[in-house]
Design a protein around this ligand. Structure first.
Ligand SMILES: Nc1ncnc2c1ncn2[C@@H]1O[C@H](COP(=O)(O)OP(=O)(O)OP(=O)(O)O)[C@@H](O)[C@H]1O
Length: 268
């Protein structure tokens, strides 16, 4: 996994993660909660055209993504597979708006990223796009409850603390609400980050190996939660994983190699 923003432009993952966890109406103008059956319809939520990414300065400049064309419809669950270094995290960073492509265009959740400034993009992403990274980016001076609630409060969302408590309870941390990150295990911190991403009920959720640091049972419970949200609220899931069992739960599997899509079962 590579941290989004590295080598490309100044980045504050902590702030980005917080901003991402904030809330606003979904791109379709309806709350995800309003979708009765989570059905996908024909709305395209990810539309990437000829995306390229090169990082670093010559002579160490590396071509990481080499022309990615991808459309994902609302309500799909997509697993992104590929060998280490194939560009999975980089692609997710572009699709989630955490990093800018070198070439091509990307439109996600109705937002044409290249038409927006970074600040506009950060605001516009609120509530539309949730991101779960392997690194948690929790604020150390805030409790678990505050880490989940404060972004929603800043976004003017109703009842942020009640909602945060509900989400933390759903990930099995109802008894750790007042703990600070330093008082939580790695797996518990990851679950706080997952609760923070889920709490605003985003229409689209990106997750980079979301269960990588969790034990088998906890990881399975978290995946059940993500897929339950996918089924109930029509949340589009885009998951990077090395886990074949997790990939098998997704309706669509895309494989990346050397910066290119080499297979996509939706294209068959
Ligand atoms: N700042 C940078 N400058 C140059 N190359 C970089 C930079 N960051 C990442 N890379 C390279 O980009 C390639 C793709 O990295 P990325 O993290 O997207 O791969 P990945 O498929 O997610 O890998 P993994 O499964 O190991 O997490 C790697 O070869 C990596 O070395």
């Amino acid at each position: 996994m590579r941290q989004p923003g590295i080598g490309q432009r100044p980045s504050s993952p902590c702030i980005r993660a917080i901003v991402t966890a904030s809330a606003s109406p979904s791109p379709t103008g309806t709350s995800p909660d309003d979708r009765p059956d989570g059905s996908s319809g024909d709305t395209i939520v990810i539309d990437a055209r000829n995306l390229t990414l090169a990082l670093g300065r010559p002579p160490a400049r590396t071509q990481i993504l080499r022309g990615i064309d991808l459309t994902v419809r609302q309500g799909e669950s997509v697993a992104l597979l590929g060998p280490s270094g194939s560009g999975k995290s980089s692609l997710m960073a572009l699709l989630s708006g955490m990093e800018r492509p070198t070439g091509g265009s990307v439109s996600v959740a109705g937002l044409e990223f290249d038409r927006l400034s970074e600040d506009q993009l950060a605001i516009a992403r609120r509530g539309r796009i949730g991101i779960i990274l392997q690194a948690f980016h929790l604020l150390p001076t805030m409790t678990a409850l505050e880490n989940v609630a404060v972004p929603m409060e800043l976004a003017g969302m109703a009842k942020p603390f009640a909602r945060a408590e509900e989400e933390l309870t759903a990930v099995g941390l109802g008894h750790r609400l007042t703990h600070y990150p330093s008082q939580l295990s790695g797996g518990e911190q990851q679950r706080v980050a997952i609760a923070r991403a889920l709490a605003p009920r985003p229409a689209l959720l990106f997750a980079d190996e979301p269960t990588g640091n969790l034990d088998g049972a906890t990881g399975a419970a978290i995946m059940d939660l993500l897929f339950a949200r996918h089924a109930a609220a029509g949340t589009t899931l885009f998951v990077i994983t090395h886990d074949p069992a997790l990939a098998a739960r997704c309706g669509r599997v895309i494989a990346l190699a050397d910066g290119r899509i080499v297979s996509d079962n939706a294209a068959a």
